[in-house]
Design a protein around this ligand. Structure first.
Ligand code: TXA
Ligand code: MG
Length: 367
């Protein structure tokens, strides 16, 4: 949501730039502006909710990435998501809810550990896979006996689900296999002409998709590391297993194919040393090389690469995750032959960042 800033001239600070000396009148104006914007957003959400109820598709912001939503209980509407994204039907969708009671309608059995996680982390970037109930159409779960459920922590997403009065099935709003969108413009660029509405809620604060966990019997398996660090989950339910996708033929989470979240430009993960010394560039002498740096790179790097994006100047993993897809998208637009990515430490959100980088690198490394 874009908020209008009120700028008031002030003798002590640069003309037009001082917010400290805004008068009472300006503050009243600002409050009114904000109220108007909130009204406009509410109207937009009501329109979007009607579209969902009529079987249409709406892209909406969540705290992780933008989702492409349809009524989860309407199989035809959900089928359109698969068409628009060109997503294979074997890859199930996450069902988004706004109210705890919805879990018990969507799931046959809700494990005690799942309930603990919901209480601790919902609304938030955690998706829980549980045994599904009869009301969930097979197309949503790709005929699996389980359903993935999440309560997002974004006010627009929550209000949309509430107003639609139905759970909303939503994958990330990108063509299958490509980078997930973290702004409304990203969605517009990729799917704008194929969907019914996009709600612009500004940039997604977390920037990587939710953590997906499967809970059943004695199993607690993280199927996809994401916006909620595994360490936080373990604090609530003890040690969990983390599924590795490289060795498995048939992953438990069908969407976790080795190649995913990928830019069009081939990407390789280089060691910090290779990156610092520019070896990557020397090896690819005749090619245009880009660098996705974790921290502020050394000055030599600026000579060695045709384009550089920095995930976080100060090496902060939360900031790095938030910038990941936008940085990759910008590099992907630079007509490069190859992108070198600097690895990040695999703790906290670093695990999600490395998971996405490995999947983006898979094609290049397997050729
Ligand atoms: O942050 C997010 O999770 C975003 C926002 C929009 O909520 N959504 C998202 O959805 O990333 P999608 O479809 O791009 O990824 C969902 C992942 C896929 O890897 C899929 O295979 C897995 O969740 N999944 C869904 N249902 C499952 C199930 N029943 N069993 C195992 N994995 C499941
Ligand atoms: Mg996705």
């Amino acid at each position: 949501m874009t908020m209008t800033a009120v700028r008031t001239p002030c003798s002590r600070h640069a003309a037009g730039d001082c917010m400290m000396h805004a008068g009472v009148e300006d503050m009243v104006d600002k409050a009114e502006d904000m109220e108007d914007e909130a009204d406009d957003m509410e109207k937009l959400i009501i329109r979007a909710a009607e579209i969902i109820r009529r079987g249409g598709l709406v892209a909406f912001p969540t705290e992780t990435v933008y989702g492409l939503g349809a009524d989860a209980l309407n199989a035809r509407a959900v089928a359109r998501i698969f068409e628009v994204k060109r997503r294979p039907r074997f890859d199930p969708l996450i069902v988004h809810i706004s109210d705890f009671s919805m879990v018990y309608e969507l799931c046959d059995h809700v494990d005690e550990r799942a309930e603990k996680l919901m209480r601790a982390f919902w609304p938030g970037p955690l998706t829980i896979v549980m045994p599904k109930s009869e009301i969930v159409p097979d197309i949503v779960t790709a005929s699996l006996p389980t359903v993935a459920v999440r309560m997002p922590a974004h006010p627009i997403a929550l209000r949309l689900i509430e107003k639609a009065r139905t759970p909303i099935a939503a994958p990330s709003a990108n063509p299958f296999g490509y980078l997930s969108p973290t702004s409304a413009d990203d969605v517009r660029e990729m799917l704008g002409d194929r969907i019914d509405m996009i709600i612009d809620g500004g940039r997604c604060p977390i920037g990587v998709e939710s953590t997906v966990i499967y809970i059943a019997g004695d199993k607690k398996i993280v199927l996809r590391p994401g916006g909620l660090p595994v360490e936080e989950i373990e604090r609530v339910i003890g040690a969990v297993e983390i599924e590795s996708h490289e060795k498995k033929q048939k992953p438990r989470s069908p969407g976790q194919l080795p190649k995913h979240y990928a830019p069009r430009t081939p990407l390789v993960i280089a060691s910090a040393d290779e990156i610092r010394t520019g070896t990557g560039k020397r090896e690819m002498r005749h090619r245009r090389c880009g660098l996705l740096a974790f921290k502020k790179p050394t000055p030599e790097c600026y000579h060695n690469y045709d384009a550089i994006e920095v995930l976080s100047d100060k090496g902060d993993l939360v900031e790095a995750a938030a910038n990941l897809f936008a940085c990759l998208r910008r590099l992907d637009r630079r007509n490069l032959d190859i992108i070198y990515a600097e690895p990040v430490p695999e703790v906290g959100l670093g695990r999600a960042v490395m998971d996405r980088l490995r999947k983006a690198a898979w094609k290049a490394s397997s050729q």
